[in-house]
Every structure is written in structure tokens, then in C-alpha cells.
Design a binder for this molecule. Structure first.
Ligand code: NAD
Ligand code: UDX
Length: 480
């Protein structure tokens, strides 16, 4: 029986290994982590992450050929194939701080593999890493090898949160990079055989190591660039009376461009886009490619601009001050169908409004009060380095409350900001919400999910990203 071990039981390691176990009953899969609480949660009825369809997959395989454990050394030493899916956050200090990937967790996993291995191993980079990381990993392993042979493969993950199970069941492609040597090709084939249990052969792409590593960064940069492009257009739409939804539709009908990933929003979030682009920028700079680095940097700058533009619009619409006013925040996760708040635009928007002394009442169907408070008290990039966590200042604590539902959040509020596109926010009784709010009542839709016309008929003053402004907002131009 082939044995797989995955180091890192997070958003990628957990769902990916659960699907491998489901699709390959002949393979034994162990997912290991240094976090005891995470492993306990994977072994309970309350999984550590919310992901549609994940519970059913885990229930079908757990205890049969899928195991979650903190006994990292045992499972690593027994495995034939070791996936490394640890976090690779942005460095917060030292060389490359604020841009480069922090490979501390990766390096410690590699050293541990070298320490405990007693047989040949295929080591698979599942984490997103800078191009050429495999070379560094090879060095660590071969300098401590005790005669054991290691083959390093790059097999980046392309799943998106909220649709992880769907994406893993039917991936657009699986990418495997390896050395162009007999040993390298043998390792590629071994991993290809795992995926071939359910992924059609023509969707499994094999490349050299560096292409695979770079393709992951490139794919995320291209995706994020589309969002920044449409968000940049949304600002121009507001200035000219064009409607960004109509523009996206017209542009996306060009088959060379395509319709997906053209939804204007308050900004992209999530643990990947910003981190991976910063990483790409850093790699370009290290290779002396300043113009290329500046090109990609702009994608992040536009994203930051979009978030601050939103905050400015809220404040300027409400007579240039939100001090002491209650503002309801609907949605805190970085997208719908996840409880993940890493780099969510809601953090920057809430911090912006708190900076103007607003009182926030926040509701998200999947995010806990504890998480919201942690997020609002952390500095940029600290979310993946919990050690730097600062307690929330007493003033901030007083300004933030967490509501049980959207109606409670909106009661007596002056304004309502929609920051995540949860389906339930489309179906709210906006007349009931209007009746319970202070007047004039404002809606700021950062996800373009409300029926603007209907809400204006109810009496709301509505701002929706990239949509023609109503006369109130035209008279109160945002100081972006
Ligand atoms: P995560 O933080 O959810 O999970 C990483 C896990 O690794 C944590 O539970 C941590 O405790 C564990 N870990 C760290 N060092 C360890 C060690 N030495 N031994 C054992 N366990 C260790 O991160 P994630 O979101 O799953 O991302 C993992 C990697 O996958 C990152 O490189 C990320 O860029 C990439 N990725 C993420 C996504 C996504 O949607 N989240 C998608 C594609 C790729
Ligand atoms: C992304 C990539 O899609 C995935 O392939 C990679 O493996 C990890 O990074 P993820 O961050 O989980 O996945 O979600 P994604 O659906 O890409 O959304 C990222 C952010 O962009 C979210 O905040 C989302 O709301 C935003 N977004 C997405 C838009 O603002 N507009 C869009 O049209 C699409």
C-alpha cells in the first residue's frame, strides 16, 4: 500500500488529502500538524475550517484510509510520498520584509524530514513557494541524507476556498514539476498515478520544477490583475455614469478575455493573492527586473486604493464624518462560503471607519467574535505570525460589537456596508432594515449584490461599486 503523509493540516492540506483518500482507497493518507487543536478539530465533528462538502468527504474516509495526527515524525518516516503544505507567509522582518515569502516553516519541515527518514522519499511542494525553492530544499535534504534518496516535486494547489471540494474533484489542471532525470521522471509518474485515479490524463500537466513553481505565482498574479483591472474601471464608471456590471459583461463576451473573475468589488482578499504577488515582486527585484516588479506592484496598489476609496465614500456621503455613528458591517470573511478572514478587505475597511471613530456592528454567518477582534487588533502581515498579536486597544473594543444577524446589526445604524457576498444578504428584507435604521439610511454595497433600484425606491441612499451614483452621492464627492 502506498503511504502518503501531508505536513500541514490547513486549508490546503486538509481538503486536498481528504479528496486523495476518497478517490484512492488503496492509498493510506496521514495528515500531520504541530497544532494540537487543529488536529483535534479534524478528528471531531467540528472541522477546523468551513468548506462546503468537506464534512461528507472526511466522514467517508476518516479512520479508514485518512488519519489526522500530531505524530509528525512517525508518519513522515513511514511515508513514500510526503506533501509539504505548511504556511508560507510574507516575511515581517529582516531581509525582504513585507514582500519575500517566509520559508521558516518550510525549512523546519524539510529538516525534520531529513532527521526522521529511513527510506527513499518523494517530497512534494504543495505550499506556494518562490521559484527555485526546490533547489534549497534539495540542498537541505541531500546534506543530511544518510544515503537516502530524495526526489523533489512541485505540485502547486489551485483550489479556491469556498469551492475547494468542487475544485479538487474537477480541477482545470494538476501541475507536476520535477527534474528531467530518470529519477525525477519516475517520481513525476508516481505522483501522476495518484491523481490519475480521478483526473483525466490530459489535465495533468508535467513540467520542469521551476516552471511549476513559477506558474503558481503567475496564475494568482493574473487572477488578481483581472480584479484590479475591473476595480480600476469601477472608479472610472462612477466618475462617468457607466455601469461596471455592463462594462464587465461586454468586455467578458470577448472570447479572448472570457467572463470569469470580472466582478468589481471592495477589493480582493484571502491568504494568497497579495502574498503571492508580493513574493513575485520580490523575486523580480532580486533578478534586477525593476519594471516587471513595478508592473505587478500596481495590482496591489489598485487593490489598496479600492479599499480606501470605499471608506472615503462612506465617510464623505455621511456628511464627512462617521464619528459616534453606528455602521452595520455585513460580512467579514474574504469571500462567501468560507469563515476565513485572512487579508479580508473587511479588515482595512473596518479599520478605516474605526479611524474615523465609527461604532461598528459586525455580522458574518461564519466568523466568530473572537476572530473579528483578533483581526482588528493585528498589524498587516501578522495574521500568519500570531506571536505578534497585539491586544485590541480599549477604545477600539468599545467601538466594535458583533451581531447575531443582519437585522440586529442594522438596527439604529446610519449606514450599512456589505463586504462579503453571502447569499443570505441578497434575500434580506430591506424594507424591515430601512424601517429600523436612522435616516437618511445609507447602503454601501461593496459586492454589487443588492437591487439598487429597489433599495432606492424603499428610500435608501445607495452606493454600489462602479454603478451610476444617485444625486446625493454626486453632491458629496469622495475624496479618494
Ligand atoms: P494554513 O495556515 O491553513 O495551514 C498550514 C498548517 O501548517 C498550519 O496548520 C500549521 O500549524 C502547519 N505547520 C506549520 N509548520 C509546520 C511543521 N513544521 N510541521 C507540521 N505542521 C506545520 O495554510 P494554507 O492556507 O493551508 O496554505 C498552505 C500553503 O498552501 C501556503 O503556501 C499557501 O500559499 C498555499 N495555498 C493556499 C491556498 C488557500 O486557498 N488557502 C490555495 C493554494 C495554495
Ligand atoms: C485564489 C485562487 O483563485 C486559487 O486558484 C488559488 O489556489 C488560491 O487563491 P481564493 O483566494 O481562495 O483562491 O479565492 P478567490 O475565489 O480567488 O477570491 C479571491 C478574492 O478575490 C476574494 O476576496 C474574492 O471576493 C475576490 N474576487 C474574486 C473579486 O473581487 N472579484 C472577482 O471577480 C473574483
Amino acid at each position: 500500500m502506498v503511504k502518503i503523509c501531508c505536513i500541514g493540516a490547513g486549508y490546503v492540506g486538509g481538503p486536498t488529502m481528504a479528496v486523495i483518500a476518497l478517490k484512492c482507497p488503496s492509498i493510506e493518507v496521514a495528515v500531520v500538524d504541530i497544532s494540537v487543536s487543529r488536529i483535534n478539530a479534524w478528528n471531531s465533528d467540528e472541522l477546523p475550517i468551513y468548506e462546503p462538502g468537506l464534512d461528507e468527504v472526511v466522514k467517508q474516509c476518516r479512520g479508514k484510509n485518512l488519519f489526522f495526527s500530531t505524530n509528525v515524525e512517525k508518519h513522515v518516516s513511514e511515508a513514500d510520498i510526503i506533501f509539504v503544505s505548511v504556511n508560507t507567509p510574507t516575511k515581517t522582518r529582516g531581509l525582504g520584509a513585507g514582500k519575500a515569502a517566509d520559508l521558516t516553516y518550510w525549512e523546519s519541515a524539510a529538516r525534520m524530514i531529513a532527521d526522521v527518514s529511513k527510506s527513499d522519499k518523494i517530497v512534494v511542494e504543495k505550499s506556494t513557494v518562490p521559484v527555485k525553492t526546490a533547489e534549497a530544499i534539495e540542498k537541505i535534504l541531500s546534506h543530511n541524507s544518510k544515503g537516502i534518496k530524495y526526489q523533489i516535486l512541485s505540485n502547486p494547489e489551485f483550489l479556491a476556498e469556498g469551492t475547494a471540494i468542487e475544485d479538487l474533484f474537477k480541477p482545470d489542471r494538476v501541475l507536476i514539476g520535477g527534474r528531467d532525470t530518470p529519477g525525477g521522471q519516475k517520481a513525476i509518474n508516481a505522483l501522476r498515478d495518484v491523481y490519475a485515479h480521478w483526473v483525466p490524463q490530459d489535465r495533468i500537466i508535467c513540467t520542469n520544477l521551476w516552471s511549476a513553481e513559477l506558474s503558481k505565482l503567475a496564475a494568482n498574479a493574473f487572477l488578481a490583475q483581472r480584479i484590479s483591472s475591473v476595480n480600476a474601471m469601477s472608479a472610472l464608471c462612477e466618475a462617468t455614469g457607466a455601469n461596471v456590471t455592463q462594462v464587465s459583461h461586454a468586455v467578458g463576451r470577448d472570447t479572448r478575455i472570457g467572463p470569469k473573475f470580472l466582478n468589481a468589488s471592495v477589493g480582493f482578499g484571502g491568504s494568497c493573492f497579495q502574498k503571492d504577488i508580493l513574493n513575485l515582486v520580490y523575486i523580480c527585484e532580486c533578478n534586477g527586473l525593476t519594471e516587471v516588479a513595478n508592473y505587478w506592484k500596481q495590482v496591489i496598489k489598485v487593490n489598496d486604493y479600492q479599499k480606501s476609496r470605499f471608506v472615503n465614500r462612506v465617510v464623505s456621503s455621511m456628511f464627512n464624518t462617521v464619528s459616534g455613528k453606528k455602521i452595520a458591517i455585513l460580512g467579514f470573511a474574504f469571500k462567501k462560503d468560507t469563515g476565513d478572514t485572512r487579508e479580508t478587505p473587511a479588515i482595512d475597511v473596518c479599520k478605516g471607519l474605526l479611524g474615523d471613530k465609527a461604532n461598528l456592528s459586525i455580522y458574518d454567518p461564519q466568523v466568530t467574535m473572537d476572530q473579528i477582534q483578533k483581526d482588528l487588533s493585528m498589524n498587516k502581515f501578522d495574521w500568519d505570525h500570531p506571536i505578534h498579536l497585539q491586544p485590541m486597544s480599549p477604545t477600539t473594543v468599545k467601538q466594535v460589537s458583533v451581531a447575531w444577524d443582519a437585522y440586529e446589526a442594522a438596527k439604529d445604524a446610519h449606514g450599512l456596508c456589505i463586504l462579503t457576498e453571502w447569499d443570505e444578504f441578497r434575500a434580506l428584507d430591506y424594507q424591515k432594515i430601512f424601517n429600523s435604521m436612522q435616516k437618511p439610511a445609507f447602503v454601501f454595497d461593496g459586492r454589487n449584490i443588492v437591487d439598487v433600484k429597489k433599495l432606492r425606491e424603499i428610500g435608501f441612499i445607495v452606493y454600489s461599486i462602479g454603478k451610476p451614483l444617485d444625486s446625493w452621492l454626486k453632491d458629496m464627492p469622495a475624496m479618494a
